[in-house]
Design a protein. Structure first.
Lengths: 408, 256, 174
């Protein structure tokens, strides 16, 4: 009997269950952190009235942005018709759902009143981009679930293109909404910029694909299924393009700010570390070097065209993405509001000073729990559902594959 | 459809016309709600707009009377330190980088006419009342702190711990966001009692007057006869971050 | 694979359990619950209160409606004299075990007395003060001194004869 194209993970391996247990431990630790934070109040974290969004939000926004980017592979196959990505489309949709679930879990658990999330889902202030984001996130779940189902259910395969198109438009809207959370804020020097929305979209491509690459290589390595060089080359090239495009947006954002005298303060703070070197270091070493330059070298270096370099590059992109979120979210809050231009300001409420912040343990645990939730969902789903293709060897996926001549 | 009586109406036409007529009959009822409320003179209305004027030349650099009074009136006390403690009004000392001129002023929620905090609140908890006072409906606040990100004056505080000794007139609790309410419990106290025509001042203004500095006015900006309106007309008052065009209810004199 | 006997046994156990649950709630005596008495009987003229059964069933609806009108529209004393949470607590407070006014975590607190019995969690007092501004507990006026420790049975509330209305105190503000 011919084996189906997609297959659940077979067998009962200790390594698989160990992975689930490890992820479960991270989730449990995060839940413990949540109970502690919710019971005592947020004073047990190092978020305060100056840095109101901290490490949990860095992880959460990263996961949400990556979630929409993880759908890319599916979109390229359904919307742009590239056949080689088609086998991986269901995994891409699954990963998108899982990452979004993880990111939202962090956001909800960090709320001051998490028991009121029902209020958040029923009372909407439609002028708020945050409210629109709630609708977009919930809609994303619904649409991608339908898309995934249509890809998996043979009778509906012919509708998967339409569903994929809607999912593509929806995820672009979602990431625009996420970037606009910051872009719409007039109050702070680091935000208040239209470029943040498309920048988040491009970065979502990179972050989502990086996570996707790691999941694919790990899954195929650990299940001993075939993963051919053609597929790897495609993933590698895509990652390279997305990293380069992200760097472009970063350059444009900072170049524009450097031209505006009013923004020289925030630029000196981020780029030169005036007043506090933390964000300068995270920006140059984390976002640019580790998240941009090094992965580009790894991706394009001719001698390094192997799986290991792709995974390494992807890991670096993820670290760079977390750095970027740290600089954007926390750096943007650390820099003081410019209420009195031209004045040195001091008060009992931290006006006029650069606000100090360092991640606290409950916050980090909560953030990591979100990552663990996402991975747990993926690891679980590929075992019980037919999502992972049996083989991604060249002869099975590459439309341009030419069989080697059989000697007579 | 009967032809005998000479009527030539189809079922569709009949249903359509009767629905339209019924709708026309009922529709004006929606205006009755306005009529029902018209007798309510005790609600806050757009006829007033509460505002504050601060003369920085009268504001003494070391003085904290307004802050102390606010804390006492609203039951705010320090718990885990200045970084997480709520502060509804604070004294700010300004030193000009070019001239070296030093001055101080109180900074509080500006009660903008176009508040960014109200725009961004996902549940609508951050709201502007009809008479211009910007409040947080803590029944609906989910504690997401987005309004704190959005406020150009850093006026909002998040409550980071469990509270026990709240004032009965100023409910506040863990996990919600709050800011200066213009002592709404005082402002509302005399409304609807015509013999008490003057409003009550917020605690900060009362304390500043009591201590003799008299740097703060509070009143109805839309009432041309009020003290604050006459003072503003005579000597003017500027907004903080006026370029944002939020049309704040709090105005300052003498920031140079 | 459950046999005929096992499934019969299971379904009869289930039926017995459901019957027991129904009986325990319908015929139960509510004597485990001691409701602290309010400090003074409300005057029907001031419309401070509605009939007890109405309040018991609908107090949340009244509070929810009132709170939006007060907060969002600024309608306070005139229309809602006595209907705000603050006004309820002015009278509905009782001494705790240490003689001081009971806080919401204690069983003697008016709201918590019923809410802990019915296991319906309330979060009103996360924000609202759970005791009146004047925190000294005052005995009620007249000779009807009832405290929560006097073995007061809630059923008496339903059957008691009409008490003379205490004359309105006028402005309650301290």
């Amino acid at each position: 009997m011919q084996k189906p194209r997609y297959l659940e993970l077979e067998g009962r391996s200790a390594g698989y269950y160990l992975l689930l247990v490890i992820l479960g431990c991270f989730i449990a630790a995060g839940l413990a952190a949540f109970v502690y934070m919710e019971h005592e109040g947020h004073w047990v974290t190092r978020m305060d009235n100056q840095i109101v969004w901290g490490t949990p939000h860095v992880f959460a926004v990263f996961l949400i942005v990556a979630a929409s980017g993880a759908l890319n592979v599916a979109s390229i196959s359904s919307v742009f018709g590239r056949a080689i990505y088609k086998p991986l489309a269901p995994l891409s949709a699954l990963l998108a759902l899982a990452l979004l679930a993880g990111g939202l879990a962090i956001l909800v658990l960090d709320l001051g009143r998490p028991e009121r999330v029902i209020v958040a889902m029923t009372k909407y202030n439609f002028k708020s981009i945050f409210a629109w984001n709630m609708i977009l996130y919930n809609g994303f779940f619904a649409i991608v679930l339908v898309y995934l189902w249509m890809m998996m259910e043979r009778r509906f395969n012919k509708y998967s293109k339409v569903a994929g198109f809607f999912a593509f438009i929806w995820r672009l809207t979602l990431t625009t909404g996420t970037g606009s959370i910051f872009g719409f804020l007039v109050a702070r020097e680091a935000y208040d910029a239209a470029i943040l929305a498309p920048m988040f979209i491009i970065m979502s491509f990179a972050y989502g694909l990086a996570i996707f690459n790691i999941v694919v290589v790990a899954a195929y390595n650990w299940t001993h299924r075939d993963l051919g060089p053609a597929m790897l080359l495609k993933l590698r090239r895509l990652l390279g393009i997305f990293i380069a495009a992200s760097l472009y947006f970063v350059v444009v954002y900072h170049l524009t700010n450097l031209y505006i005298t009013q923004r020289h303060g925030i630029e000196a703070f981020i780029l030169l570390g005036t007043g506090d070197a933390t964000y300068m270091n995270v920006f140059w070493f984390g976002q640019i070097l580790i998240g941009g330059v090094l992965p580009l070298l790894l991706v394009y270096a001719p001698r390094l065209q192997c799986r290991v370099s792709l995974v390494l590059a992807s890991i670096l992109v993820i670290l760079g993405g977390l750095s970027q979120m740290y600089v954007t979210i926390i750096g943007g809050q650390a820099y003081p509001l410019d209420i009195f231009p031209g004045k040195i300001v001091e008060s009992s409420f931290s006006d006029g000073i650069i606000n100090a912040y360092s991640p606290s343990l409950p916050e980090v645990m909560l953030g990591l729990a979100g990552v663990a939730i996402a991975l747990f969902l993926v690891v679980f789903a590929i075992k019980v559902l037919r999502i992972l293709p049996q083989s991604l060897a060249d002869r099975d996926v590459d439309p341009h594959y030419v069989a080697e001549k059989q000697t007579a | 459809m009967s032809d005998e009586t000479g009527l030539n109406v189809t079922r569709r036409q009949f249903l359509g016309t009767s629905t339209a007529l019924a709708g026309l009959a009922i529709a004006p009822g929606v205006f009755l709600t306005k009529v029902a409320h018209a007798g309510d003179t005790v609600a806050a209305t757009e006829k007033n707009r509460w505002g504050m004027l601060i003369d920085t030349s009268k504001c003494a650099t070391g003085c904290n009377d307004c802050v102390t009074a606010c804390n006492k009136e609203n039951g705010i006390s320090g718990t885990h330190g200045p970084k997480t403690d709520a502060q509804w009004i604070r004294k700010v000392t300004l030193t000009d980088k070019q001239t070296g001129y030093v001055q101080s002023l109180p900074l509080l929620c500006q009660h903008c006419e176009n508040p960014p905090c109200v725009d961004v609140c996902p549940t609508g908890a951050s709201m502007k009342r009809a008479d211009g006072i910007v409040l947080v409906d803590k029944h609906t606040c989910i504690g997401c702190r987005y309004c704190m990100m959005a406020c150009p004056y850093k006026a909002r505080s998040f409550i980071h711990e469990v509270l026990h000794e709240q004032k009965t007139t100023a409910p506040r609790g863990k996990g919600t966001v709050e800011s200066c309410t213009f002592c709404v419990q005082r402002v509302d106290a005399n409304r609807g009692e015509p013999e008490k025509s003057k409003h009550q001042d917020p605690a900060c203004v009362e304390a500043c007057n009591a201590s003799g500095h008299k740097a703060m006015w509070f009143g109805d900006l839309k009432d041309p006869n009020s003290e604050i309106a006459t003072e503003l007309k005579k000597h003017g008052g500027q907004q903080l971050r006026a370029d944002l065009q939020l049309n704040t209810g709090v105005r300052y004199q003498g920031i140079t | 694979m459950p046999t005929m006997q096992t499934s019969r046994l299971l379904s009869s156990l289930l039926t017995a359990g459901v019957l027991a649950l129904w009986a325990s709630t319908t015929f139960a005596d509510v004597t485990g619950l001691t409701i602290p008495k309010a400090k003074e009987m409300a005057n029907p003229d001031t419309k401070c209160i509605k009939p007890v059964e109405d309040m018991r069933k609908n107090h949340m609806q009244y509070l929810l409606h009132q709170r939006d009108e007060t907060l969002r529209e600024g309608i306070r004393e005139e229309k809602f004299k006595g209907e705000s949470l603050k006004e309820c607590i002015e009278c509905h407070n009782a001494p705790g075990k240490d003689g001081k006014v009971a806080r919401v975590a204690e069983r003697e607190h008016f709201c918590n007395a019923c809410h802990s019995f019915t296991a319906v969690k309330i979060d009103c007092f996360d924000c609202h003060a759970d005791k009146p501004a004047n925190s000294e507990y005052r005995h009620p006026l007249g000779d009807k001194m009832m405290t929560s420790q006097s073995g007061f049975d809630s059923k008496q509330l339903l059957n008691q004869p009409k008490l003379d209305p205490v004359a309105a105190k006028g402005d309650k503000k301290p």
